[in-house]
Design a protein around this ligand. Sequence first.
Ligand SMILES: Cc1cc2nc3c(=O)[nH]c(=O)nc-3n(C[C@H](O)[C@H](O)[C@H](O)COP(=O)(O)O)c2cc1C
Ligand code: SF4
Length: 484
Amino acid sequence: MWKPPERIKHFAKKGRVPDRETAENARLFQPVAIGPVRLKQRTWVPAMVPWRASEDGFVTPEILGWYRRFAEGRPGALVVEATGIRDIPSGPLLRIGHDRFLPGLKDLVETVRQGSDGETKLFIQLIDFLNIRRRPKPEKFFARYLEITGRHRDILGAKDWPEEKIRTRLAGLSGDEIEKILTVRELESLRYGYRERVTDTHLPHIRSLPGVLPGLFAGAALRAKKAGFDGVELHYAHAYTMASFLSALNDREDGYGGPREDRVRLPLEVHAAVRKAVGSDFAVGCRFLTEDCIEGGNRVADAAYFATEFARAGMDFLSTSRGGKFEDAGQPAIGWAAYPYTGPSGYECMPQYISDAGGPFGRNIEPTAKVREAVRSNGFATPVVVTGGIHNFQQAENILQKGQADIIGAARQTLADPDWFLKLRLGQGEAVRLCEYTNYCEGLDQKHKQVTCKLWDREALDGNNAALTNDGKRRLTAPVWQRR
Ligand SMILES: Cc1cc2nc3c(=O)[nH]c(=O)nc-3n(C[C@H](O)[C@H](O)[C@H](O)COP(=O)(O)O)c2cc1C
Ligand code: SF4
């Protein structure tokens, strides 16, 4: 993963730890309404893909174990990982694109209900993503994948050559020569793997996305309601389809790209279709970026505009993230696909402890505060969830007291210690295991390995029938907290 050149090391601290009475009176532990749903407290576990679904996208016992463990820490809300809305093979990513996924999802809802004694509200993140291929071996790329065009023939002076001869010629050229012959997109496919964009409107399935996506999201949301979830989070963040429609890089000319008003059109149409399908007694919100953190991408002013429009449309919550884009991702190894968290924008999304002077803790707080301020100044009270490097009570409570956000999200800190919110609430904050922000978990995610935390995954491997990873080397969930 890319790291800021300053390479300053920052260490998480417990800060001021509240006693039980102080915690109970803290804003962090006061209820908040998410549209029709009431959270018991303002603590939120954002979506995290643990790579534990079955190869065909079903809920597995390992998925149930992962969410049960978070539920035991009784956060106000828990968001289930990015879940695919289409009925297409997507590897071991959870799916909700067909009714056959319903029984497993119902089990998941029941598991969280039991694990938290009904205290934790459960949302599921709905995602659409475009095709991306692995970085090919150059010989394969030239032999099979590259489409030979008139441009190649012209530059090579090979108008009448048979295609095979052109492929062989190209495969034998140096890097410098190839750069002069291939287009920018062809070079990208060679060096990073082929990747579709929402702006590839010459492809019929990309051109028709605005006609297709509202129905797919609505169908998925209705299934989530039938499975018993309390709400859905529309994934409008990071490197995926909906965030790409919002992005300033989207220059589609069909009314769904270009100016902000047109870039937000599809996300609003998706929301309208979802709301129509699920009614008003089910929470619908979205996760989106305060900043794309790439050249030419969205800035806070864009996010403030989008957030206001989402609130105006009646979304029940707004959850922010930042960065996580393909545009500046590092080059993957041959045989691997590009991963959107490997460049500077990826760093902004999941900053680790080696950082710049700003540090990894709370890089998204100020931008989120600006977005929230825009929503409030337009007269909307929609609750805003902030996430990014938040790991102690003082930091969380300050954010809420200052009105920078309404709900505190913590992903890695909750992976490091699923009971941390509960420990704070009970006045036992000294027992919190702090995340070290080394991104070991994110490295596992990148390799599509079952995600665990390095602070507990080798602990008591043979005790209490701990469920282990496929290779038997790591435990899959944090050991149970022995309460005082
Ligand atoms: C292993 C892992 C998987 C993640 N999966 C998702 C995901 O499915 N959807 C999403 O919106 N964010 C995902 N994220 C990003 C987190 O939700 C969060 O925004 C990010 O880790 C920064 O917050 P933190 O500093 O509290 O960890 C993931 C993060 C990690 C570490
Ligand atoms: S592995 Fe654990 S300690 Fe390291 S960043 Fe992930 S959650 Fe934090």
